[in-house]
Design a protein around this ligand. Structure first.
Ligand code: AP5
Ligand code: MG
Length: 213
């Protein structure tokens, strides 16, 4: 089973992907995480991606498609995967589908996490992430047990560089202009499932499980 999580910044793609990864034992592939790792490693893709991500803009399609194609070749993708944040433009989706519509990498379902805009900003400014294991917290709704420390690995938590009101404004504009047309794209080919992601994390998770059954 190959799944896509589609949704605005802060809609819960990463949070729900981790839970679905644990349940179905299929690998979670976040293009945002891949880029952030590439930035840390100072690879050429990372250096290029940084100039876009810090401002809140999307990384060019050809760079993104290349890193996804490299990632799905790895052995851990054979049992299925969850794409978190890919495809994020119609050209990315067309390119991916034209390559994989008839192979085991074909996208089966697209879970669209629908959240009102005012909620997104609250989730983003309250998010803290673990740079070591990737766990994500919300300072009010899902705080770590010890403030500033990851429950899972004990590493210090940090704020993502693009989690500030200026970058968030650009991220939302990019989402509306370039990503939201994918709702129509996947709906037309009967792959889209819309989930009310305004609910709490567990309720959203239950709705997703229901949709995937
Ligand atoms: P990416 O890392 O994918 O960021 P994003 O799309 O902006 O989404 P976020 O990770 O901010 O939000 P999320 O939906 O994962 O929410 P989360 O679960 O953490 O991409 C970063 C950048 O990389 C992009 O801007 C772009 O530059 C580049 N990029 C990546 N992919 C690309 C692509 N395909 N093409 C081009 N460029 C690309 O939740 C957020 C917070 O809310 C957390 O604190 C969480 O605890 C809380 N929360 C979650 N669910 C709930 C709930 N139901 N109720 C209450 N709180 C909740
Ligand atoms: Mg995320």
């Amino acid at each position: 089973m190959n799944i896509v999580f589609l949704g605005a910044p802060g809609s819960g793609k990463g949070t729900q992907s981790k839970k679905i990864e644990d349940f179905f034992k299929i690998v979670h592939i976040s293009t945002g995480d891949i880029f952030r790792q590439a930035i840390k490693d100072s690879t050429s893709a990372g250096v290029l991606a940084k100039s876009f991500i810090d401002k809140g803009c999307l990384v060019p399609d050809e760079v993104t498609i290349k890193i996804v194609e490299e990632r799905i070749e790895k052995d851990d993708c054979k049992k299925g995967f969850i794409f978190d944040g890919f495809p994020r433009t119609v050209p990315q989706a067309i390119s991916y589908d034209s390559l994989h519509n008839n192979d085991s990498f074909k996208i089966d379902k697209v879970i669209y996490l629908k959240v009102d805009e005012e909620k997104l900003l609250d989730r983003i400014v309250n998010r803290r992430v673990c740079p070591k294991c990737g766990a994500s917290y919300h300072m009010v709704i899902k705080p770590s047990k010890v403030e500033g420390i990851c429950d899972l690995c004990g590493h210090e938590l940090e704020t993502r560089k693009d989690d500030n009101p200026e970058s968030m404004k650009v991220r939302l504009e990019e989402y509306k202009k370039l990503t939201s047309p994918l709702i129509d794209y996947y709906s037309k080919i009967n792959k889209l499932v819309t989930i009310d992601a305004m609910n709490d994390i567990e309720k959203v998770y239950e709705s997703i499980l229901e949709a995937l059954k």
